[in-house]
Design a binder for this molecule. Sequence first.
Ligand code: GLU
Length: 305
Amino acid sequence: MENYSKIIEQIYSDVKNMDDIGTVASYIPELAFVDANNFGVHLSTIKNQQIGFGNVYKKFSIQSISKILTLTLAYKLKGEKLWDRVDVEPSGNPFNSLLQLESDQGKPRNPFINAGAIVICDILISHLKNPKEDFLNFYKEVSNSQNLKYSEKVAQSEKKTGFRNIALCNFIKSFGNIKNDVNDVLDFYFYTCSIEMSCKELSNTFLFLANDNFTTTKNTPVLTISQAKRINAIMLTCGFYDESGEFAFRVGLPGKSGVGGGIIAVHPNKYCIAVWSPKLNKKGNSFKGMLFLEKFTSKTASSIF
Ligand code: GLU
């Protein structure tokens, strides 16, 4: 069995002591209040190892990491028909860009940029009776944690300042790819981004993408093996905005980041790892989080390539 613990401890302390050239996200005002020195790492393996260092139990705003579970639920509900509404190509553009939507006629490039996640939220609203409550219940089932909440403060803060997302949603609606009221779709989208979780909860939650035998507390698989493989493929190619190529190049794992400074990465059939450090690089990914993961997959020779 790999000695992950010693390796993680060493890399954690090396990276902790390095200068952080990133900056905390402030375009959602509430996110700027976080203590930038937080740094946590948690690994969960399919052999039930649980290893954590630093701020592993502290909850933070997971932001776009929640896009994995909105996608998962929509995929469960719609199957392959989902891809009529959203594509699976990397965008090569910033996460909140409006540019490609004009030439792509309102079909977002992938479900992990804001445009794509907004369409996924629209699909969920069409299928769920009480979208916020039903989504949170699904989340609780997959994560095996009853202790999950939306942050009113973060959701309201984003609602007041989310002008680009408001523009995206209206723009997509003009092409007919949003079926519900734009205010309802945006409200749901902002709440899904506001969920707060710890590194430990994150690495346990997304273990379902690493483990073919994973079942929820209700004893059901979350997705089929083929669907889980496909979500991993989209994470590898689209999980890090316009830095997805760089992440695959330096880290070599499927993953997803959020502007709260969290990253989860998955090694199919081995582990899920979550890192949190709030300062972001220019592309919106956690500076130390990416550095930690690069060192971790190098030292353990555990990239998927
Ligand atoms: N709620 C954020 C937004 O829509 C999510 C961005 C992210 O984490 O990538 O701008």
